[in-house]
Design a protein around this ligand. Structure first.
Ligand SMILES: Cc1cc2nc3c(=O)[nH]c(=O)nc-3n(C[C@H](O)[C@H](O)[C@H](O)COP(=O)(O)O)c2cc1C
Ligand SMILES: [Fe+2]
Ligand SMILES: [Fe+2]
Length: 386
């Protein structure tokens, strides 16, 4: 589909509902969109393409927007294949186009397309401006948000910030249930590690009179939605929790550890606290990673498994470490029928997370929850908010 974004700017969005997992990892029950943008003026400038699975569909949509016109330039904001995948086919269809990128862009492009893409190339630097009769497109480099070559582009004429993957989200253009939840899951899992780099870009963006954000995935954000998105990115990138609630993440086998996790949730909600529970045996880990960026308190509940602990929990902890999660308070729940080991090993695995602390109050189940465990749970819940 295509839609008007601002005076002289049209969005083209392809909705991928077929993909099993985005980037081979993240389930996307509502699919994902690949957005590209057309600036129609004395020159026609296109920003980004679409995943190669949608080349035909995207080219048809593009030609519907362009009519008889030919694009003069293609700006490549990001070389990851979900956006660059159609570049070779695009250049075949429009061989006179000039590709606009930075030195890193073209090095990567040549790696992804070993048969070199035969088109003129224009190399830009941070702060350079691409001018048309009615638009001034200023490049704002955003290294490591979340790849090294990423550059945003700000159209000074309309106040439009083409923000590459930043502010992107899973799901359809008209996200049901708002932007935040799926955008957080996208941020935490895909961009999360690079908080410092996101902070640097937010500082640059704060100097610009931005009226709208145009990310490569999901809806255009304006007004209230834009302010909320900027505020969310400020928090997430600074590792600041959004809420003083608790995330409980559970990995068990037969339901007993989960029962304890559920008890913790009801204990907290009964005390008027916000609490969310992710059962890693039923839900994808990426949901827990996303929520770890929302909550400042995290309870990990895992069953001991072959002298170690449930692999799903190992994978979750490993993701938190990979994303460099900071500023969190952890509580631990373990289960073991003959030699509970999970809490000790989870605590060891959490070492090295910056500004994180593990509570001494832990819960040790020896199969099913008993009266002593109920006491331990109460003590843990109190310690979380002490
Ligand atoms: C594959 C497997 C390996 C296990 N390994 C251990 C172990 O090394 N030490 C231990 O104390 N319990 C071990 N257990 C027993 C679990 O701790 C027991 O199933 C658990 O306490 C029940 O909690 P759940 O209902 O949440 O799975 C193992 C259980 C399974 C199924
Ligand atoms: Fe990307
Ligand atoms: Fe992307």
């Amino acid at each position: 589909m295509n839609f008007k974004v601002a005076e002289g700017i049209v969005g083209i969005s392809v909705h991928d509902k077929e993909i099993a997992r985005f980037e081979g990892q993240y389930p996307v029950p509502d699919g994902i969109t690949y957005n590209s943008w057309v600036i129609e003026d004395d020159q026609t400038i296109l920003l980004d393409t679409a995943d190669s699975a949608f080349t035909g569909c995207w080219l048809r949509e593009l030609s519907a927007v362009l009519g008889e016109k030919k694009p003069d330039k293609l700006v490549i904001s990001h070389v990851e294949p979900d956006h660059s995948g159609s570049i070779a086919a695009f250049v075949e269809a429009y061989p006179d186009v000039t590709l606009v990128g930075n030195a890193k862009t073209f090095a990567m492009l040549d790696q992804f397309f070993p048969q070199p893409v035969k088109a003129a190339r224009q190399i830009v630097k941070d702060g350079d401006v691409l001018e048309t009769a009615n638009h001034r497109l200023r490049f704002v480099f955003a290294p490591m948000v979340h790849w090294p070559e990423v550059m945003l582009a700000f159209d000074e004429a309309t106040g439009t910030l083409f923000s590459a993957d930043a502010f992107g989200t899973f799901g359809a253009l008209e996200r049901i249930g708002g932007w935040t939840d799926e955008a957080r899951r996208y941020y935490g899992n895909i961009v999360g590690k690079y908080g410092a780099q996101v902070q640097a870009v937010l500082k640059k963006a704060a100097q610009l009179p931005v009226k709208r954000l145009c990310p490569l995935h999901g809806p255009v954000l304006e007004e209230q939605a834009m302010s909320e998105a900027l505020a969310s990115y400020e928090k997430w990138s600074a590792w600041q929790p959004e809420s003083d609630g608790t995330l409980i993440v559970c990995a068990g086998f037969h339901g007993h550890t989960l029962a304890a996790a559920e008890r913790i949730r009801s204990e907290l909600t009964a005390a008027g606290r916000e609490a969310a529970l992710v059962d890693l045996t039923a839900e994808d880990k990426s949901y827990a990673v996303g929520l770890a960026f929302r909550y400042g308190r995290i309870v990990l509940a895992a069953t001991t498994y072959d002298g170690a602990y449930a692999p799903a929990m190992e994978a979750f902890i490993s993701s938190m470490k990979m994303k460099g999660l900071q500023n969190r308070l952890f509580g631990l729940v373990e289960n073991g029928t003959w030699a509970p080991m999970a809490a000790k090993q989870m605590a060891a695995a959490l070492e090295g997370l910056k500004n994180c602390r593990v509570l001494e109050e832990k819960v040790t189940l020896r199969s099913a929850m008993n009266a002593k465990n109920e006491e331990e749970i109460r003590a843990l819940c109190e310690a979380l908010y002490a």
